[in-house]
Design a protein around this ligand. Sequence first.
Ligand code: SAH
Length: 369
Amino acid sequence: MTAEKTERPLLQFAAPRRAKPARHLADLTMPERRAAVAELGEKPFRADQLSRHYFSHLATDVAAMTDLPAAAREKLSVLLPALLTSVREMTTDAGTTRKTLWRLFDGALVESVLMRYPDRVTMCVSSQAGCGMNCPFCATGQAGLTRNMSTAEIVEQVVSGARALAANEVPGGPGRVNNVVFMGMGEPLANYKAVIGAVRRLVDPAPDGLGISARGITVSTVGLVPAINKLADEGLPVTLALSLHAPDDKLRDSLVPINTRWKVHEVLDAAWAYAAKTKRRVSIEYALIKDINDQEWRADLLGKLVKNKLVHVNLIPLNPTPGSKWTASRPEDERAFVRRLEFHGVPVTVRDTRGREIDGACGQLAAAE
Ligand code: SAH
């Protein structure tokens, strides 16, 4: 056997075949919920009642749903299976940043992070257990892909955060989730169908869904071009974040291996088409890695590529992952990089490194127990 045969593939699109998590209310559209309830021998309007309990009151305990007849409660409980079990919770920033490690029904581990700011709450959710995109600077990327998450497994992460906020468990008083970013574990566009289902559940008004504004939702991708094009046609004005990390193909081929399939110019063209169709500013994510991608000439090249577009560049100081030889840029190089982009008139910010102390910052989610 050659060495290559035992190595993980460079890119892993298809998730390994595994048993599926139980069907949950949040996997279904309202018509599908009514059909499911009818199949259980209950009146279809019970689906609306059950949905109100789950999406408006964030409740899952059927025993407390006293507007349902006792016999119906029993039957309908199969639509609210427990999908996530909290294994560990870690907090920092005086309790306003909170990372949860979840165990899924089959033992797979994923993480989500709740971040409360003075004016909003953002939840960072996982869309796959592991990831097949193999970016060498990302902790999740090093673990490979375990499996795709279901729509309800994705939604449950947000519902759990919403529940903690409503129950006043997060310092700052009772609150709501305003933003959801698909920047946890996984490549959301490699699990397209489940992710779109989750986005619909998040934005649909209650009792169909959680009623979060689509403008508050960000889908982050390494750049699966056909899926970006498809997303543009969904009629969902979510923000697209593109993990670019290098403006030239030579470097991007190694930092973001999907670049061997779709080149910088192709993925940027897809991003501009997305912006044109949705009227949403595209966010270009660029992790600044010392002496790797932080040279001024690269800032200049990036500036030229994105200037005069509906765009925002988000620079992320690299969060070093265990065992990696890479680290964040020197402050003076970061400043020079920002200045170069500003010179081209490109809106640019440097992302905070919230959650870094609890390995909850970008690219650190590894879900080890
Ligand atoms: N697969 C998706 C979403 C997950 S990661 C994507 O790649 O876009 C969310 C963001 O964190 C991406 O921009 C990713 O490139 C970035 N990231 C990954 N590892 C990082 C690290 N070690 N330091 C800083 N950012 C990182």
